[in-house]
Ligand binder design. Structure first.
Ligand code: ADP
Ligand code: ADP
Ligand code: ZN
Ligand code: ZN
Length: 936
């Protein structure tokens, strides 16, 4: 669509909206007084080596100013902090509009939030179900409908011929206080003296016939309102309607019509069926986030503390006959298995099918019981009731965990919400679908003309959102997936899809490496999404290293040339072709003048391996996988294929457990062998090195201990009586107590990110004034924290216990970090490399198994070259490195690749191929192989 629309939009309005964003004299962090111009309604990529100043420009200058302008437009409560919000250090800025940052953090704090709720899809589904859902009675499977005089007349005219004779009736009222005689008297007084015998159509007249109420069976009689003949003309209709109205009123919202010599048809103005009264659907009824709609038993979580299915059936590929049901295996309870086999024979239930392939009906019988077979759930209830016996208590605890809520069956909403269906599915069943599947469901949904009309807008909103989610490569996620279990890349892409759906225009979007977690196959789609965000009239600013993304940009700003004080300049700005010609590092790598070489040979390894067998957590399909030791191993596959599940949740967790302590959940698997060949295991992931803003690279690597000792040994300290503790900002003593040594104060804001303000007391210096008087070679403790790692190495040149620790940071390319840079301000990639540095300084000797999760996050080609050197060092000194990675330069450098997939979600979880990069490149079905071929 959009290339054209953009152009025409541009011609139409050359207003202020079209003025470029201009930044002059930016000096935030390491930026060297730079000027940049960012064209509006275009996509600009900011690139450069890690630490060169990309984020300082994109986030800390441009986005920060956008946020300030946004705060200016807010409440006076928010505005009062404006003066104290750090204004980016810049001379002049123009053309900044309210800015949206799409970062990788998961921000959801509601534990019930799901993909469906955070994208609003579930909210629209609630509306849809309330408007056009059909309530189906669980007893008869018939639709519950409310009758009215109008629908009754339509029904009669549809089903019966003209001139059919019929009676309009209501049941004899029953009140608690009255006996039948009194009821009949009331009817007589009200003017309804005639009763119809529903069997033989005889009429009793209460005024003339001599009746003894004790001779009457009230259930055989109805009160007669009118005798009529069916016709379609207006007059007759009016008369029928009048009688029906009376009958409904006197019959307490219910009435009946008896066809002469025919059946009795019952009608009700209430929402009822099969003797059950139902609630008419409302949007609230489907909400598991509020007490009205949430299932009472599980409070909307879908799970209750109880028996864990995964523990009861630890190996779902086993059949029932072969012992899938673990608790029925022992001598003691095996009779339950025999009972099941008996009823299975009678009801032809499969007992030789793997548990995982059983239908929901069979599983239900297995769990709930039938005839003489007790059922797993009632069985455990019985066990629990006997927990005064020690062995029963112990037995029970072996299977305890979380299980599907028995009341809502895990669908989280109140039971009657699940009676409401659209195209045969209730809202919980739709929420269980993957985005891809739900998209099909809503595309193909069959509606009547009337439904179409009421649902049109709602369906449009749902379809639009599903389409965007699919396009950002998330089709494998289910709508009910908990938001807190998503990876950073996944939640960032959800925010991206949300922005597209919100159709805000004229905004500035700032994104932080959106390709994280994406396989090269899915990059194209992501790029197209960003282009459409631009084409609907937004300015898109992306911090990114991915070559495809750089190529797709309208405009590129290359910051560099190196990190920290050696960077912070604009090396290039312009088009992709211009960048290729340029002599910047990025230009050289992209044009092939510089490249990361393919290793000449692949390591042979030690010959030993770790074997993971029967891995079946999430989407993994009973995988048996070998991890050869002494090699650099890469696990590859599209997003959602199962890499993290296999490597992080299963292998790492299991190895951890065998080597010592790990009490978190471990992915399901049969066994892991070969652990005797290794001595330890380390996970080097992107989680922060500390949550407190008081931890930093100096404290994490322990270099700061040496610094504090040094300061406390100065003459000045001796005179004042300062101990090393006075130079700590973690404990009271020397630190500023107003900010507790953080140098900043955080103000929580509603509806937007927290605002951080410099501490007024210490001016951000973190220490008391008198402590800051203490100098070592002319610098106080705060000055030291402001030094970069490289500067500190020079400054403390004679203090080996400090420089040793700092040197490893320098070696992994983090020389530009400030010693005191607080842990939360480190990017995921930086945090990961700080950890790596710590491991590189570990004495060699033992055999460690290292795990890395996308270590190239935040890294430029040049940084990746350095990172590969670190891996080389680890493997060459006898360790094994397992990396989850999408970056082709890393993948091609591996000794061994394990490619899983082929797709994400259910269509993934299988081994597509294993072997050297050359071998994988020759596998047709491998998405990774296809891309690998181009770089080998
Ligand atoms: P990039 O985004 O290119 O990796 P950054 O803009 O994050 O680089 O960093 C540029 C320089 O500014 C680095 O030397 C970094 O250590 C420094 N820096 C980044 N954030 C902060 C901060 N919050 N406080 C002090 N220095 C910072
Ligand atoms: P990858 O690491 O290859 O991107 P994952 O291992 O994260 O893939 O995911 C594999 C599959 O398991 C996907 O369908 C994903 O949605 C699902 N999955 C991952 N984590 C969870 C979880 N905590 N709960 C439910 N499903 C999950
Ligand atoms: Zn429940
Ligand atoms: Zn302070």
């Amino acid at each position: 669509m959009s290339q054209k629309t953009t152009i025409s939009q541009k011609q139409e309005s050359k207003s202020s909206e079209e003025r470029p964003i201009i930044v002059k004299g930016a000096r935030v962090h390491n930026l060297k007084n730079i000027d940049v111009k960012i064209p509006r309604n275009q996509m600009t990529v900011v690139t450069g080596v890690s630490g060169s100043g990309k984020s300082s420009l994109a986030f800390d200058t441009i986005y920060a100013e956008g946020q300030r302008r946004y705060v200016e437009s807010l409440s006076s409560y928010a505005r009062q902090f404006l003066e104290r919000m750090d204004k980016p250090d810049v001379d002049f800025m123009q053309g900044i509009s309210p800015a949206m940052a799409i970062q990788q953090k998961t921000t959801s704090s509601n534990p019930r939030s799901t993909v469906g709720t955070t994208t609003e899809i579930y909210d629209y589904m609630r509306l849809l179900y309330a408007r056009i859902g059909h309530t189906i009675s669980p007893k008869s499977g018939r639709e519950v409908q409310k009758d009215s005089t109008k629908t009754v007349i339509e029904h009669l005219l549809d089903d019966f011929e003209e001139d059919t004779k019929f009676y309009v009736l209501f049941a004899i009222p029953e009140h608690e206080q009255k006996n039948l005689e009194e009821e009949l008297n009331v009817l007589k007084e009200k003017g309804y003296p005639r009763l119809l015998n529903i069997e033989n159509e005889q009429i009793l007249d209460l005024t003339t016939d001599d009746i003894n109420p004790s001779d009457i069976d009230a259930s055989e009689y109805r009160v007669l309102v009118d005798r009529l003949i069916l016709k379609g003309d207006e007059d007759t209709r009016t008369r029928i309607a009048g009688s029906l109205e009376t009958a409904f009123r006197e019959g307490n919202d219910r009435c009946s019509v008896k066809i002469r010599d025919g059946e009795e048809l019952k009608f009700s103005e209430r929402f009822e069926m099969d003797g059950m009264e139902f609630n008419e659907p409302t949007p609230q009824m489907f909400s598991f986030n509020n007490p009205f709609g949430a299932c009472d038993t599980c409070e909307g979580f879908g799970k209750v503390a109880g028996i864990d299915e995964n523990l009861v059936v630890p190996e779902p590929d086993k059949t029932i006959r072969n012992g899938a049901i673990a608790p029925f295996q022992g001598e003691k309870f095996s009779r339950h298995l025999r009972d099941f086999i008996k009823i299975a024979a009678r009801n032809s239930l499969p007992i030789d099918t793997p548990y995982q392939d059983l239908t929901d009906e069979v599983k239900k019988i297995l769990w709930e019981g039938k005839d003489e077979y007790v059922g797993i759930r009632p069985f455990f209830e019985d066990v629990k009731s006997q927990s005064y016996k020690v062995h029963m208590r112990v037995f029970y605890s072996r299977y305890r965990g979380y299980s599907r809520c028995p009341d809502c069956e895990g669908f989280r909403v109140r039971k009657d919400a699940l009676y409401v269906k659209i195209n045969d599915k209730h809202i919980g069943q739709v929420a269980e679908m993957t985005i891809g599947h739900a998209r099909e469901f809503f595309e193909e949904i069959e509606l009547t003309e009337f439904e179409q009309e009421v649902a049109d807008q709602v369906l449009y909103e749902i379809r639009k959102r599903l389409k965007y989610l699919d396009e950002v490569g998330l089709s494998y996620l289910t709508l009910n997936r908990l938001a807190k279990t998503l990876s950073g890349g996944e939640s960032q892409r959800i925010s991206l899809a949300n922005s597209l759906g919100s159709s805000l225009i004229g905004s500035l979007y700032v994104l932080d490496e959106p390709t994280i977690g994406l396989h090269p196959r899915d990059n194209d789609r992501l790029i197209n999404i960003l282009k459409s965000l631009r084409d609907i009239g937004n300015t898109v600013l992306v911090v990114e290293h991915d070559p495809e993304m750089i190529k797709a940009a309208d405009n590129i700003i290359d910051i560099g040339p190196f990190a920290g004080i050696h960077g912070g300049e604009v090396n290039f700005t312009g088009s992709y072709d211009g960048l290729l010609e340029s002599q910047t590092l990025t230009g050289k790598y992209l044009s092939g003048k510089k490249e990361i070489p393919v290793p000449e040979e692949r390591r042979k390894g030690t010959g030993d391996h770790i074997l993971l067998e029967g891995a079946c957590e999430n989407n993994l399909k009973m995988l048996d996988v070998e991890f050869p030791l002494g090699k650099l191993i890469c696990v590859t596959g599209v997003s959602g294929s199962g890499k993290s599940t296999m490597v992080h949740d299963t292998l790492y967790a299991a190895v951890q457990q065998q080597l010592g302590s790990y009490n978190d959940k471990i992915g399901r698997h049969r066994k892991v062998t070969g652990i005797n060949h290794i001595d330890s295991v380390e996970m080097v992931d992107q989680s922060p090195i500390g949550r407190s803003s008081r931890s930093n690279p100096a404290t994490y690597t322990k270099a700061f201990d040496g610094v504090r000792d040094l300061f406390s040994s100065t003459r000045q300290s001796k005179i004042m009586g300062y101990e090393p503790g006075h130079f700590s900002f973690n404990v009271p003593g020397g630190r500023c107590e107003t900010c507790k040594g953080e140098g900043i104060q955080t103000i929580e804001m509603q509806f937007m990110a927290d605002i951080e303000l410099t501490c007024e007391e210490c001016g951000g210096k973190r220490y008391r004034k008198d402590v800051l008087q203490v100098k070592y070679r002319g610098k106080n403790i705060h000055d030291v924290l402001e030094m970069s790692v490289s500067e500190a190495i020079e400054f403390f040149v004679d203090e080996e216990r400090i420089t040793n620790k700092l040197q490893t940071l320098e070696d992994v390319g983090l020389g530009y970090l400030k010693l005191g840079q607080s842990a939360p301000t480190l990017s995921g990639g930086e945090a990961q490399r700080v950890k790596l540095a710590k491991f590189l300084s570990k004495p060699a000797g033992d055999h460690t198994l290292y795990f890395f999760d996308e270590p190239t996050t935040g890294l430029h080609f040049e940084d990746i070259a350095k990172l590969l050197d670190s891996f080389k060092e680890l493997v060459d000194s006898g360790h094994t490195v397992i990396i989850i990675e999408h970056n082709l330069d890393v993948i091609k450098s591996a000794d061994h690749i394990i490619d899983i997939g082929p797709e994400g979600g259910f269509a993934g979880g299988q081994i597509v191929g294993t072997g050297t990069p050359e071998e994988i490149a020759n596998i047709e079905e491998s998405h990774t192989g296809r891309y690998l071929k181009t770089v080998l």
